[in-house]
Design a protein around this ligand. Sequence first.
Ligand code: FAD
Length: 479
Amino acid sequence: MYDTIIIGGGPGGYLAAERLAKNKKKVLLLEEGHLGGTCLNLGCIPTKTLLNSVKLYHQAQESEKFGITASDIGYDWKKIQDYKNETVKKLRENLTNMLKNSEVEVKRGRGEIVSAPSGDKPAIVKQFSSGSTEAAAEHEAKTVLVCAGSAPVNPPIPGAKDNPLVMDSAWILNIKTVPKRLTIIGGGVIGVEFAGLFSALGTEVTVIEMMEEIIPFMDREQAQMYRRVMKNIKFLLGCRVEKIEGGTVFYTDKNGTAENTEAELILMAVGRRPVLDGWGAAAAGIDTTGTTIGTRKIPGVVTDDRMRTNVPGIWAAGDVTGRSMLAHSAYRMGEVAAADILTVLDGGSSQDNTNNRMRYNAIPWAIYGVTEAAGVGMTEQEAAAMGIDIIKASLPMRVSGRFVAENTIMGQGALKMIAHAQDRRILGLHAVGPYAPEFIWGGAALIEDEFRTDEVKQLIFPHPTVSELIRDAAWALDK
Ligand SMILES: Cc1cc2nc3c(=O)[nH]c(=O)nc-3n(C[C@H](O)[C@H](O)[C@H](O)COP(=O)(O)OP(=O)(O)OC[C@H]3O[C@@H](n4cnc5c(N)ncnc54)[C@H](O)[C@@H]3O)c2cc1C
């Protein structure tokens, strides 16, 4: 019998597996696709590898301004793709070795919970080979962790289903040629990253977004700035897609006028949903009705802050909970779940597990592309909605020596800090500009540890860096 069976080998699942196995637990990891999940195979890694190639291409085109001469600058899409595929393969091999060295047993197949653990009875999990309805094996475990991840949302837009010109983010990663014209439905992070990627390669890109601004969770001022930085992309905001015919998207604009736009390809990027079927949620009696945050109902497996589901002996982590659909959130949720499972397996009470609780208030996010952006904590709009009195400072990137040294186009981007008006606690940090994804963790640490502006002012940052703007913003707030 296993101590723990983990369903799903993405960031949430594989990190939890490693943590448990390192603590001498007998772990089975069931993965129906490829180890690494969406992140490694279809998400974070392939997109960032492609974006890095595109960034190099862009820099080479701009190089003359920096005194570097180059001729015949071009790109080879097939080689860019090959490099991306090699990178994914290499990282998948590293992951396979890491799990092997940690003595995690990995089996290929779909895992389905048949019955939850109860009293002395173990959980039963069946393993199915791809496409088969006959179980290939049946396993027993004291505990189960569900990390089944998420899948793209396919809205019921007439003409979208079975249209060979409409693709999701997984398909578009592997297209053979770069389209001349691309329409992207959805101006969230995934849509915007692909927009930046193809636009930098010369594709005429149109993004159709239903909301009044792109990236709905981003600080509004920063989102507007980010959109304006992406000069070559056409953004149609406040527009509702009505139907698709071939490569033509018909939409109603914000004035109620019927319009359309035509392209070679259409990317559907309207969001992702937790995978709630195929792993036995109903058989195990797991609550998948989702969580209400503010006025928003988020679908997904319901867990407490130790990632326990409503069924004793079964935990869930990552995108399947719908709470924060990011790889680093999945890592942390997996870690929290593993710590709690260890406590329970070792006979302790998970009530004792006070240090390992999932917190959602300081999870950073990032957008990559020719221009980068990142943020953590509260936006100005969220603070207003919660009735929190704030002070704010927004500093343009051009006050950073490193930014000016490395960028010929002045005035692009800014760093914004939000603090509590009374006690001056840092509540939010948001940046549009280079390196933001690399330094935003610092903002998370400031928020987690409840730093005040006067404490940030005393920190010493390396010079010249873009991150120095954090210190400058604290000084600007305390003026
Ligand atoms: C295009 C794109 C770009 C992204 N970029 C970023 C980024 O830059 N940064 C970031 O933080 N996040 C990014 N994400 C999101 C990130 O990929 C996810 O948040 C992360 O992968 C979630 O990890 P997970 O372990 O919860 O699930 P997943 O990575 O989705 O893994 C779940 C795994 O479970 C398997 N599975 C499902 N059901 C079963 C079953 N019944 N039996 C066996 N196996 C099963 C699936 O095959 C899958 O491999 C991106 C996503 C996309 C689509």
